[in-house]
Design a protein. Structure first.
Length: 443
């Protein structure tokens, strides 16, 4: 099988610039892809039907016993550059491997100085710069591919704001800007004082132009809404997140174009670097209804997730003590609001440098399982992803349990982290292929 390497043109789309064609789109069940223009926006409608694509393992990096450079642990994120080299964020820095999985160098180390990390960093590419986000230090550092520090961004010159450069366009960046007190991780959320039952709407994540030379924030490119919170009965400062909530996911391609999913339908909107909507990618699908039965197993999933790191008698004791409490907590939190009618179709989105898209189908996993995994970090269930090239649906890929997808290449190859039965971590690249194809490079 050969993938088209058609690159999505420099296209994307702005917050306040929705297509002017407001008619209800008929379900595309013909099997054909249709493309139309609406006020200068290319609308691509993909059919509901499609093929299931097989995948084969192309590269595996990691070792159970061997050279320390190949012993991977605490992997927090993985990025792949234009040449296929791997950048693996771990507690001791960023380990770099070439396209075949051979160790090249390590960028950064444990510490708090320039170019150092206090925790395993999130890694991505903006242009040819290696970007590394340290959530403990609340700092983003840019490196070149040899590991030289190019710049560092934190909140020191912008009090109360966390500035994370996400994409580069010429000499400026598009930066994600969030108020520090409203960050979505649990530690910071707990600092928000919400009365029991009170609703709190966090401000949206704002994407702004950013001039790194003069450290100046510019025009808004896009607003990404976030899920409302509600004061819980656990404590005055506690908050409860909706069990079946969904927020738009977004990602950038190599040109700085922004891809944003819809929170209530199967749609990907593409904005250019000026925030103008230029493309809307859609696909018909059947809504999966949510019923009260979806909640039945949630307390058990939550307790098992939290107990996963325990052993022996302590695990059994935790189960006995916590299961009744968890059932009461779930009943209390879910009784405050009605269940939504259906599971949201879309989860995470990965976009390659050239605009190939891999989109997670959130409705493929029961809501209780998804919520428990998100809250407790329990092993991932199997996931299902839809592949698009130039906005056109190519087929659906099923990824195995425990595989966490992190990076996508233009040819549809997906790279992520996999744990084996002994809890050893590996970086693995899977490539769509005809069934029965073989060939694996390992290190």
């Amino acid at each position: 099988m050969k993938w088209k390497h058609a690159v999505a043109a420099t296209m994307v789309f702005p917050a306040a610039c929705a297509p002017t064609d407001t008619r209800d789109d008929a379900r595309n069940v013909s099997g054909a892809i249709s493309v139309r223009d609406s006020a200068g926006v290319a609308i691509i409608e993909n059919p509901e039907t499609g093929d299931t694509l097989s995948v084969r393992e192309l590269v595996r990096i990691g070792s159970v016993a061997g050279r320390p450079d190949y012993e991977l642990f605490g992997i927090f994120h993985v990025a792949v550059d234009a040449n296929g080299a791997y950048y693996v964020g771990m507690p001791n820095g960023i380990s770099v491997y070439d396209a075949r999985g051979a160790f090249v160098r390590r960028i950064g180390r444990k510490g708090q100085g320039p170019g150092e990390f206090n925790m395993a960093p999130v890694v991505w590419f903006a242009g040819d710069s290696v970007m590394a986000l340290d959530r403990n230090l609340m700092r983003t550092t840019a490196f070149d591919t040899t590991g030289r520090v190019l710049g560092t961004w934190n909140s020191s010159s912008h009090p109360g704001l966390w500035i994370t450069p996400r994409a580069r366009h010429g000499t400026t960046w598009i930066a994600e800007v969030e108020p520090i007190r409203d960050l979505a991780d649990e530690q910071n959320v707990q600092r928000i004082n919400i009365a029991v039952g009170e609703r709190y709407d966090p401000p949206p994540t704002v994407l702004l132009r950013y001039d790194p030379v003069h450290d100046v924030l510019g025009d808004t490119v896009y607003h990404v809404p976030r899920t409302s919170l509600r004061g819980s009965a656990q404590s005055e400062s506690g908050v409860a997140r909706p069990l079946f909530s969904s927020e738009p996911a977004y990602a950038f391609d190599g040109s700085g174009n922004l891809y944003v999913t819809s929170a209530d339908e199967y749609r990907i909107d593409v904005f250019d670097t000026d925030g103008r909507l230029v493309r809307s990618i859609r696909r018909a699908y059947d809504h999966v209804p949510i019923t009260p039965a979806d909640l039945d197993s949630l307390p058990e999933f939550l307790v098992e997730g939290y107990a996963a790191s325990m052993t022996g008698a302590s695990r059994e004791q935790y189960r006995r003590q916590m299961l009744p409490r968890m059932r009461e907590t779930v009943q209390r939190q879910t009784g405050a609001a009605p269940l939504p009618a259906a599971r949201h179709a879309l989860g995470r989105i990965l976009v390659s440098r050239g605009g190939t898209i891999l989109l997670e189908r959130a409705d493929a996993v029961a809501p209780a399982v998804r919520h428990a995994q998100r809250v407790t970090g329990r092993p991932l269930p199997p996931t299902r992803w839809d592949l698009f090239v130039d906005g056109r649906y190519q087929g659906t890929i099923n990824l195995a349990p425990g595989f966490r997808a992190w990076a996508l290449s233009d040819d549809g190859s997906v790279t992520g982290v996999m744990r084996d039965e002994s809890d050893v971590e590996f970086v693995v690249t899977l490539v769509p292929s005809p069934r029965g194809a073989a060939g694996t490079a390992r290190r």
